[in-house]
Design a protein around this ligand. Structure first.
Ligand SMILES: Nc1ncnc2c1ncn2[C@@H]1O[C@H](COP(=O)(O)OP(=O)(O)OP(=O)(O)O)[C@@H](O)[C@H]1O
Length: 335
């Protein structure tokens, strides 16, 4: 549906030039929720803005549904933009217009009839759960409600693609979850291809199917969200995932621990197997669980355990290879 081909964006300042996006290639399929994650300054906003040409690539191409749109201008550009909705971190509502008029605005610009607008806007407000706020002004709404208006407005011209620029960064945790649920529901109901940028792996974990991890203008890793969480390959991704899974131990425990400390990740059906109790029985040693959890990502289980094994070196090696055969990864931390 969306192909980003060798896209580079270079900003010229007075004496230097700076590559905010460097030779990025991404293929986003129809109907999926594709996340782009990275820390501040990674180039996420610049990249997402190239998809509707709010930011023109310095080089490379943007393909939408098989059309190269990179050089589009005038009517062609306006038409393609109507098929791409966008929502923003700070909602970008027009404060002098009512909720109804905010949602109607893109339809007015696109030349829709009054009848079409009168029919569509209430339906959109119902979809986002704001039917009772149709005639109020944005200043009377909460952040979550403002974002719901932003979503309804982005859908006004029935786009095929929805771009979400940090849609929940200005919201509290509960409202974030409600907005992410809504985006997921809309994606399912309308089949709209959704591309979302965020600095939070939790957002990716909650709604995305695929993810690209960006650092300093480049994509360091891309794949299904489940694969990226269970086996992150790049060091930068590993750090993001470790931080999100929150498996850090207090330094006192790390200092005092005797024997070997290992991290085991197990995925798919194996997350529900009694691998650990099997290992304890097979080798007749004590294995102490210091920390662990099973997460469900894309409805598939992903287990992560921090284990402490106190046994002879030979036995520990045997246990590690036993676990390696039965789990996604085993990492030795200590000892
Ligand atoms: N118009 C511009 N002129 C010059 N530099 C720019 C411009 N826009 C962005 N940059 C720079 O490009 C880099 C990437 O910015 P961008 O906003 O795309 O990152 P980001 O990953 O979205 O970060 P954040 O979440 O903080 O917005 C930054 O170093 C930024 O200062």
């Amino acid at each position: 549906m969306v192909n980003i081909e060798n896209v580079t964006v270079t900003f010229q300042t007075k004496d230097t030039s700076f590559k905010a996006v460097d030779t990025i290639n991404l293929h986003i399929q129809e109907g999926e929720i594709f996340g782009i994650v990275g820390t501040s300054g990674a180039g996420k906003s610049t990249l997402i803005r190239t998809i509707n040409l709010l930011q023109k690539p310095t080089s490379g191409k943007i393909w939408i549904a098989g059309e190269d749109i990179t050089e589009y201008t005038g009517l062609k550009l306006r038409t393609i933009r109507h098929s791409i909705g966008m929502i923003f971190q700070h909602f970008n509502l027009i404060h002098t217009k009512t909720v109804f008029d905010n949602v109607a605005f893109p339809m007015v610009i696109a030349g829709a009839s009054k009848e079409a607008i009168a029919q569509r806007v209430p339906a959109l407000l119902e979809l986002v759960g704001l039917s009772d706020k149709m005639h109020v002004y944005p200043s009377t709404l909460s952040g979550g409600q403002k974002q719901r208006v932003g979503i309804a407005r982005a859908l006004a011209n029935s786009p095929r693609i929805l771009l979400c620029d940090e849609p929940t960064s200005a919201l509290d945790l509960e409202t974030t979850n409600a907005i992410l649920d809504l985006l997921k529901e809309i994606n399912k109901k309308l089949g709209i291809t959704t591309i979302l940028i965020t600095h939070e792996m939790d957002v990716i974990k909650k709604i995305c199917n695929k993810v690209a991890v960006m650092d300093k203008g480049i994509v360091v890793e891309t794949g299904s969200v489940y694969d990226i969480f269970s086996l992150p390959k790049h060091l930068f991704t590993q750090k993001l995932v470790a931080h999100t899974l929150n498996l850090e131990l207090p330094s006192r425990i790390l200092q005092d621990v005797q024997g070997r400390l290992i991290k085991v990740v197990y995925n798919g059906d194996r997350a529900e197997e009694p691998i650990l109790s099997d290992a304890i029985r097979t080798f007749g040693v004590d294995i102490n669980v210091l920390h662990g959890k099973i997460e469900y990502i894309d409805e598939k289980p992903l287990g992560v355990l921090l284990l402490n094994i106190n046994a002879s070196s030979a036995q520990i090696e045997q246990i590690i290879s036993y676990l390696k055969e039965r789990t996604a990864s085993v990492e030795v931390f200590h000892g």
